[in-house]
Write a protein that binds this ligand. Structure first.
Ligand SMILES: Nc1ncnc2c1ncn2[C@@H]1O[C@H](COP(=O)(O)OP(=O)(O)OP(=O)(O)O)[C@@H](O)[C@H]1O
Ligand SMILES: [Zn+2]
Length: 470
């Protein structure tokens, strides 16, 4: 199937043509590891996980290479180590473990490569040396800086001119810079900070060169897709492009950016302090697939909020679906869902289609719905229990409250029959059947499974029926 992706670079949706026929390669900027991932950090993970799944579907799992890095050398990590007195490696190892656990709980597949920046210092140094040799970078006072004005296309990705950027940006003016726009490729490290020997003395890399070097080392000079949040478009991705192009690499063909997860209209971020972590949600009992379902309900190029209402709706859909989908393994992925996802990852449309398959209720549609949910990273066999519903669920997602309601209706119906009021009894039986409850079967049913039809069960309406009988 033709895949179309919106390319930030050209500002349009384009037919995706891999550089090598039948294979796809992707690099996504990963987290700086010093703190638990917040819900915003999960958004790019889930967006590009969906793309990864789609590419694997199209080209075969063995033909897709997906690199997502860990930035494990950074001033924020150094600051955290200084604050806590803990060794850096302990902090970064622990955070990487958390990240993989938390994203795994959201059903994200692990990328094929997860390089840590500190394992790629030599390729970074080599690339910086090339940039100096080509006249695109210079060393000064133990630093190496990239000459932004030496790259004529600087600003093309984000659509800004260098002069506008200087006027608007918080560029750091430093005595060793030839131009305030120049950015750091390498900086000196004091003895108490992580450092590596280099031609410019003991030091550590700047953030941007890390991604350029790891992408080059693992994917080569040219690859298909580069992704990340749209907060990275400028300056991080602009700088990655400048470095890689000036080192003679073609670099990424398609640039994709997810919009932000917001809290009251502002980006959820560590620096603003308006965040909660994925782990917070999981510990509150919100299942990972509920988080994933909510994320899929908004297109990746639109900002989104996490709301209670969305959580509740996701729980309610998944709970109902699970009852009749969990055992289904025979189906194949629905072509309309593949088609929606192939159109620039239209996940909301894919969800609309899931609802349509559910509504149809036909065996083959339900089979293909189960297969499609699995394809989208949601296992219909997993329990999606509403954590805020304190009552344990029994049978087909029936709470003990539901069972009490059903028992009351049943007793009333039985009473009418004993009184030989068959007309009234029949009316109640018909009403109950319409709501998904078979009163005849309830009598012999062990835990309600034979007596309720999960496809049409409406516990709300059953409660209304019970009220009307009082
Ligand atoms: N609110 C958000 N919505 C969607 N993606 C986000 C959000 N915040 C960060 N990201 C993405 O998460 C990844 C990791 O980002 P990073 O480690 O810089 O975290 P951060 O929360 O943005 O940090 P800070 O708040 O200090 O800026 C990046 O791809 C980034 O684009
Ligand atoms: Zn990056």
């Amino acid at each position: 199937m033709t895949i179309k992706l919106y390319n930030t670079k050209t500002r349009q949706k384009e037919v995706f043509k891999p550089l090598v026929d039948g294979k796809a390669s992707m690099y996504v900027c990963g987290p700086t590891v010093y703190e638990r991932a917040h819900l915003g950090n999960a958004r790019p993970v889930l967006v590009f996980d969906m793309l990864y799944r789609l590419l694997r579907h199209e080209y075969g799992a063995e033909n897709v290479q997906y690199v997502r890095n860990f930035t494990d050398v950074d001033d924020k990590i150094n600051a955290r180590a200084a604050q806590t007195g803990r060794p850096i490696s302990e902090i970064t190892d622990e955070t990487i473990g958390w990240f993989l656990d938390d994203m795994g709980a959201l059903g994200a597949l692990e990328p094929t490569d997860m390089p840590r920046a500190t394992a790629y210092i030599a390729p970074m140094i080599a690339m910086i040396e090339d940039l100096i040799a080509n006249g695109h970078a210079y060393a000064a006072e133990g630093h190496v800086l990239f000459k932004v004005r030496s790259y004529k296309d600087y600003g093309k990705l984000s659509g800004r001119s260098v002069d506008d950027m200087i006027a608007g940006a918080r560029v750091e003016v430093a005595p060793y810079k030839e131009d305030p726009m120049d950015f750091v490729l390498w900086k000196p490290s004091s003895d108490d900070l992580p450092g590596w020997d280099s031609p410019w003395g003991r030091g550590r890399p700047g953030w941007h060169i890390e991604c350029s070097a790891m992408a080059y080392k693992l994917l080569g000079a040219a690859f298909d897709i580069h992704g990340g949040g749209n907060d990275l478009t400028f300056p991080h991705h602009e700088n990655e492009i400048a470095q890689s192009k000036c080192a003679g690499h073609d670099f990424a063909n398609v640039w994709m950016h997810n919009e932000m997860l917001q809290v009251e209209g502002k980006k959820m971020s560590k620096s603003l302090g308006n965040f909660f972590t994925v782990r917070d949600l999981l510990e509150q009992g919100v299942p990972g697939e509920v988080i994933r379902f909510v994320m899929l309900s908004t297109h990746y190029r639109k900002p989104m909020d996490w709301t209670e209402k969305k959580r509740e709706e996701a729980v309610s859909h998944l709970t109902r679906w699970r009852a009749s989908l969990s055992q289904r393994t025979a189906g194949t992925i629905d072509p309309e869902i593949v088609s929606a996802l192939s159109n620039d990852l239209n996940t909301p449309l894919a969800l609309v289609r899931l609802h349509a398959l559910w509504k149809s209720g036909q065996q083959s549609d339900l089979d293909s719905m189960a297969a499609s949910l699995r394809f989208m990273g949601i296992d219909p066999a997993l329990p999606s229990v509403d954590p805020f519903d304190e009552e344990p669920q029994v049978g087909y997602g029936l709470t003990s409250g539901d069972r009490e309601t059903i028992e009351a209706i049943f007793t009333h119906w039985n009473g009418l029959k004993k009184e030989k009021n068959f007309e009234a009894a029949d009316l109640i039986r018909k009403q109950a059947t319409e709501m998904g409850l078979d009163l005849q079967k309830w009598l012999v049913s062990i835990n309600g499974e034979d007596a309720v039809n999960p496809l049409i069960l409406s516990t709300d309406k059953l409660r209304d029926l019970r009220e009307s009988l009082k």
